[in-house]
Design a binder for this molecule. Structure first.
Ligand SMILES: [Zn+2]
Length: 242
């Protein structure tokens, strides 16, 4: 059920609104089949504009992520099908919807890269599971990934402590390592005492926050036990703020 939020700030733009929408930190359609029904899905206050903007980015991201996931991985159950359906005109709910799916399909097909053209420094998918059949690739927009990583970090911070990571005060940097496990961030997070937030197989967030400033910290975000993203939250210097 959608939560109701009013008379508070949007967690994304930090502006105050009388009426707000409920935004799922991990998008509703990204939960794989088999996610326990009775688990409360994280919802946060968002203004309509931010919610719509992020919703569009998330749809685009889900299609591209879905095309690169391993169909044998149980944690992605249903996600690949949703990506394929989103590109299938036959699944359209109206003629306009079918046309949109057709256009999206054309765009993606045009963008498919043969193995020799995939950039050697490509980091997504940086899967935890080996996917032998991986032959072709589609690129994922870095800006979209950045928006998404920030959204997750802002969201889980609000869920954990109702604190806002407003852009004028905090800098959130996304980091993607080529190797999902053998990187300084994951090693450090797993070595130290860390907090874990997870729902089913869809999402797991591990973080270490600073003792003296719990809004700052380092994050590891794992999607569908497959894709690993990292982020760091820092307080902007007073000069930057000014
Ligand atoms: Zn907003």
């Amino acid at each position: 059920m959608a939560k109701k939020f009013s008379n508070t700030k949007c967690i994304h733009c930090c502006n105050y609104f009388k009426e707000l929408t409920s935004d799922h930190v991990f998008p509703k359609s990204w939960y794989p089949n088999g996610t326990p029904e009775d688990v409360e899905k994280w919802q946060v206050p968002s203004c309509k504009e931010c919610n719509n903007k992020l919703g569009k980015i998330e749809n685009e991201l889900r299609i591209r992520f879905g095309l690169g996931l391993d169909p044998n991985n149980k944690a992605v159950c249903g996600i690949i099908k949703k990506s394929l359906d989103a590109l299938n005109p036959k699944k359209g709910k109206s003629s306009k919807d079918s046309t949109n799916r057709k256009i999206k399909r054309k765009i993606i097909i045009k963008e498919i890269l043969p193995p020799e053209e995939i950039p050697s420094n490509s980091v997504i998918p940086n899967r935890l599971v080996d996917f032998e059949n991986y032959k072709e690739g589609v690129l994922i927009d870095e800006e979209h990934l950045n928006f998404f990583t920030k959204k997750i970090i802002k969201g889980i911070t609000w869920i954990a402590s109702e604190e806002y990571l407003c852009d004028y005060k905090y800098d959130i940097e996304m980091l993607i390592f080529q190797h999902p496990e053998d990187n300084t961030f994951s090693v450090e997070i797993n070595r130290c005492k860390h907090e874990v937030y997870s729902i089913g197989d869809g999402i797991k967030i591990s973080r270490i926050v600073a003792a003296e400033m719990p809004t700052c910290g380092i994050y590891e975000i794992i999607l569908w036990k497959s894709i690993v993203l990292h982020g760091v939250v820092r307080l902007r210097s007073t000069q930057e703020v000014a």
